[in-house]
Structures are given as structure tokens and as C-alpha cells.
Design a protein around this ligand. Structure first.
Ligand SMILES: [Zn+2]
Ligand SMILES: [Zn+2]
Length: 335
């Protein structure tokens, strides 16, 4: 029986799920970001200014959705900045009314303009100031607290952060990770994190992959490069967040658009805009690549078997840019 892995019905909405505005260290106002992204065909932006959870719901209209979020960071040692490891993750409110920032500190951790907006942040006044420490325990505690309090958690740019397997393999509370971060790429980092994603999947983590700009617009061309295509029935806050929770999306760095993705009788079928090649990655040593020498392809079929844990598919455009499906788990598909 045919089983759609990306929903058969609905509309793909182009989303940037990680960005910075004048509310922290970005150069564009939230309104300017909306205008610029809508001109490029985006319908969704998650506003994730550093360490301040501030809604911009007034920007939402029938053609644009502003998601409420913030990027949390913990730095190992700010005095040795270029050597230091960091952990950064975004938290996106699953409910638009969920504007209470978890793990708040009344005085610390706000970056640049975020200090000016500190008083706009709502928090639980009965809780003491939350002190951050760069440790597995603290990072897991903050990520778990965000998850428990109704946020979608994405782990960001491990390459830029100088975090290795020994560290990120211990982070246990994320819905997704960035398989591509465009701003880090523009700064010279190879923040294509396919290998990191496979490593986390092989440890048994059932997580998704997003791509995002992480734009600051301070001169670098860090907008419109990494995005997530979310398939949902309508452009409405809770509907779109449910699509994220359900994994109804794929990630792209400007690679070919993916149209259909479904499973039927031991095979996965995928259709897409003209591409140079497509390949499948798995937990086991049984990958496949589809290409036609010198010609472009618009579809591919791959085998999957019951003794495998997961697979995910990457589509490569003529220019080398990639689109990435989420990982899909055999026991969920074949049941
Ligand atoms: Zn970051
Ligand atoms: Zn960021």
C-alpha cells in the first residue's frame, strides 16, 4: 500500500526558522525581515533573537506567519572566544500564546540590543535566576525544560560551535537539528551537518533535519540560502507548528524542490525538480545513488528493507546545492 511520507495534500510553505533582528544583533527590523523574505517567496519566519522570547504576532497576516522563538546559547569560556565551544539551540513556541521564557535570568545573557528589550520578556517570577554553565547536564536541562514547556527545540550549527561527537551525542532533548546553517557557511564554516545528523540517528535519536539562514544582515549575504519547506493544510500558527512536530517538511540549501515522497512495497519513490543526482543514506552500509550520465533526473526509486532502522534521501542540483528529506524509520513505515 502506498504510504505518503510527505503529505499528499496541503501546500509547501517556505520558512526561515532561525533569524536575528534589531531585537538582538541583527541589522534588519522584524518588519524589514518580513518584507525582504516575502519578496523572496517565503511565507514563514521564526524570529529567534538571542536569549529574548518576544512575540511579533502583529506581523502575521493571511500571507505571512511570524513564529515566536528565541536562540539560547551557552559558551564554554568567553575569554578564549576563538577556541571556545558553544552550544546554541532555538526554541519555537508550539502555541502562539506561550510567551513565558523558560530558564530566565533577570540580568545576564542578553546580547547587544537584547538588553534594551529585556523588560519585554515574560517569565515565571516565582523562579530564581537560572545560571548557565557549559556542561552536558545544564544544556540537557535547558533543552528538556523548553520541550516540557511546549517549545519545538532545534540544535544549531554544530560546526560553527566547535562541538564534536563526544559532546552533541549526549544532547538528548531536541526535535530537530540544523543540517545546514547559511550564515555559518557565509562566514567560512562548512556547516553542512549530514554526518552529524546520521551519527545522532544511529544512536537511536528520532530527530528531524532543518536548514535555516541564521541571518544577521550585517553585510554578509546571509539571507535566502537555507530554508525549510513545510507542508501544511493552511498558513496558520498551530497548523504549521503541528506540521513541524509531525515532520511534514524537508530542508534545503537552494537545492531542487521535492514534490512527492512515498513508500510502497519495499521501495521509496521521490520526485523533484531537475537534479544531477539523488542518493539514500541509512543506518547500514547499503546506500544507493541514482544519476544518468550527463543528463538531469526528476525522480528516483530506492530499496528499503525490514532489517534497516532508517533512511533519508538527498537530492543534488546541477549546481551542487542539496535538498534533504528527514529521516524515516522502518518500524513506523512498515507497521
Ligand atoms: Zn547560534
Ligand atoms: Zn543564530
Amino acid at each position: 500500500m502506498k504510504k505518503y511520507l510527505l503529505p499528499e495534500s496541503g501546500t509547501f510553505y517556505k520558512a526561515n526558522l532561525h533569524c536575528h533582528s534589531t531585537y538582538s544583533d541583527g541589522r534588519w527590523t522584524p518588519e524589514e525581515i518580513k518584507k525582504a523574505y516575502m519578496r523572496q517567496g517565503y511565507s514563514i519566519v521564526a524570529y529567534t533573537d538571542h536569549n529574548v522570547l518576544i512575540p511579533h504576532h502583529e506581523l502575521t497576516d493571511e500571507n505571512f506567519l511570524a513564529i515566536l522563538g528565541t536562540e539560547i546559547d551557552i559558551d564554554e569560556d568567553v575569554k578564549r572566544w576563538v577556541h571556545t565551544r558553544c552550544a546554541h539551540w532555538c526554541i519555537l513556541a508550539i502555541d502562539p500564546e506561550n510567551d513565558i521564557q523558560p530558564c530566565w535570568h533577570r540580568e545576564k545573557y542578553q546580547l547587544q540590543n537584547a538588553v534594551l528589550h529585556r523588560d519585554e520578556v515574560k517569565f515565571d517570577e516565582s523562579e530564581p535566576d537560572y545560571e548557565r554553565v557549559y556542561s552536558i547536564e545544564c544544556i540537557n536541562d535547558m533543552m528538556k525544560t523548553a520541550m516540557d514547556k511546549g517549545f519545538f527545540v532545534t540544535y544549531n550549527h554544530p560546526t560553527w560551535s566547535l562541538e564534536g561527537f563526544e559532546t552533541y551525542s549526549k544532547f538528548k532533548y531536541m526535535h530537530a537539528m540544523e543540517i545546514y546553517n547559511h550564515s555559518a557557511y557565509y562566514e567560512g564554516y562548512d556547516d553542512h551537518n549530514s554526518k552529524e545528523y546520521d551519527e545522532l540517528l544511529r544512536l537511536g535519536n528520532r530527530i528531524y533535519a532543518i536548514a535555516a539562514d541564521d541571518n544577521h544582515n550585517r553585510g554578509a549575504y546571509d539571507s535566502f540560502g537555507g530554508y525549510t519547506m513545510i507542508k501544511a493544510d493552511k498558513l496558520e500558527y498551530r497548523t504549521v507548528m503541528q506540521a513541524l512536530l509531525d515532520g511534514n517538511f524537508y530542508a534545503s540549501e537552494g537545492g531542487p524542490d521535492i514534490h512527492e515522497l512515498y513508500y510502497e512495497d519495499g521501495k521509496v519513490y521521490v520526485t523533484f525538480d531537475a537534479a544531477r543526482e539523488a542518493f539514500i543514506s541509512k543506518d547500514v552500509r547499503r546506500s544507493q545513488r541514482v544519476w544518468r550520465d550527463g543528463q538531469l533526473i526528476t525522480s528516483a526509486v530506492f530499496d528499503v528493507r525490514e532489517d534497516e532502522d532508517y533512511f533519508r534521501i538527498t537530492i543534488v542540483g546541477e549546481d551542487g546545492k542539496r535538498s534533504y528529506t528527514n529521516a524515516y524509520f522502518i518500524d513506523e513505515i512498515m507497521k
